[in-house]
Design a protein around this ligand. Structure first.
Ligand code: GLN
Length: 246
């Protein structure tokens, strides 16, 4: 059993679009408020990475060029990733990071960047970009809100994170958003994702604590501010008619 939850933030120097750091801060504060020891290690593209040292791994979003660099780095350790994920390693991957978990990301010029192939998932860049506010309903933690901005259209053969209430989701067509496979969660939602979605944050933390062999039942927190932010987003951005679609 571990005495501290160890979180790896992968390639923050490359995958850092849309305030992905806010996700880390949210996770850390929610642990701190409950007196649970945790540490975050920022792993750069040239740094050694031993997945067995961590209980939760985060991959953020990045541009196509940065994704290509990260994909090359990730693939050198593909078997270690497969083994860790099959053993239950919790992974949260957002946007560009989500796309890299699949077989490939096909660029607008047709070139395919091979991914980690951890998931039966592929992404093809298309036009127009899928941009805007998004809300989904997830069986694991209710409504999730945020913002999306991606050219890639993703299709996969796993469970989605949720169903689109408003927005585009994985591909703008099938009404699905994100992915769930073992303890891997992928999503296009950022803005960042976790500050406005405390139930999702706690669900990921419980998954990681259980994987670490630490007590995983979390005390509720006074989440008035987080819930107010979540509700305000729903009221202003989702429940109001979207002028672009009127
Ligand atoms: N480059 C990818 C796309 O546009 C991912 C973008 C991102 O991470 N925001 O689909």
């Amino acid at each position: 059993m571990s005495h501290s939850l160890r979180i790896a933030h992968l390639y923050p120097d490359l995958l850092n679009l849309y305030a992905d750091r806010g996700n880390i801060q949210t996770l850390l504060r929610r642990l701190q408020w409950r007196g649970i020891p945790a540490e975050v290690v920022e792993v750069g593209a040239g740094d050694p990475l031993r997945l067995a040292d961590y209980h939760l791994v985060l991959l953020g979003g990045g541009s196509d060029r940065e994704q290509e660099i990260v994909a090359r780095t990730l693939r050198t350790a593909r078997q270690e990733w497969v083994d860790a994920v099959e053993a239950g390693l919790p992974v949260l991957a957002v946007c560009g990071g989500y796309q890299l978990l699949g077989e490939f990301y096909q660029l607008p010029d047709g070139e395919k960047i091979p991914g980690l192939a951890l998931l039966d998932l592929e992404t093809v860049a298309g036009e127009p970009r899928l941009i805007g506010n998004i809300a989904i309903e997830s069986p694991v933690c209710g409504t999730i809100v945020g913002f999306e901005n991606h050219g890639g259209r993703t299709r996969h053969r796993h469970e989605p994170l949720g169903r689109v209430i408003r927005g585009h989701g994985n591909n703008g067509e099938d009404g699905l958003e994100g992915v769930r496979y073992r303890n891997v969660f992928g999503t296009y939602i950022h803005g960042p994702l976790l500050p406005k979605n405390p139930r999702l944050a706690d669900w990921i933390l419980e998954t990681a604590l259980a994987y670490a062999g630490m007590p995983s039942a979390l005390e509720p927190l006074p989440d008035e501010l987080e819930i107010a932010a979540h509700e305000a987003f729903l009221d202003r951005r989702i429940r109001q008619p979207d002028p672009a679609r009127a």
